[in-house]
Design a protein around this ligand. Sequence first.
Ligand code: SF4
Length: 98
Amino acid sequence: MKLIIKLHESKLSISKCPEATKNPKVNAKNKQHAIEEYEYGKPQVKGELCENCKAWNTKIVEKCVDDGEGLGFCEMHDFMCMGKKWCNTWAGQKKSKD
Ligand code: SF4
């Protein structure tokens, strides 16, 4: 019974969209924080991009945003970031696309 309840709770949390995907002000605030504190958006040349970072999640954007082409949800800084950008807390190369 506990297992069923835990699975149910897990599905509920997966089905929720992060506030930043629904509230542009929250997204902008979190993005600005990433710019100021982690150099989000500065050019870099090492192939470390949001789109190959472990914190990048496109499934959230697909589910929660109508027009999210080129975007992923940064699970580390809670905002929608551009795949071709980067920040200095890049979390390492992810193994698959998601
Ligand atoms: S943590 Fe990763 S996905 Fe998030 S802004 Fe930095 S490089 Fe992009």
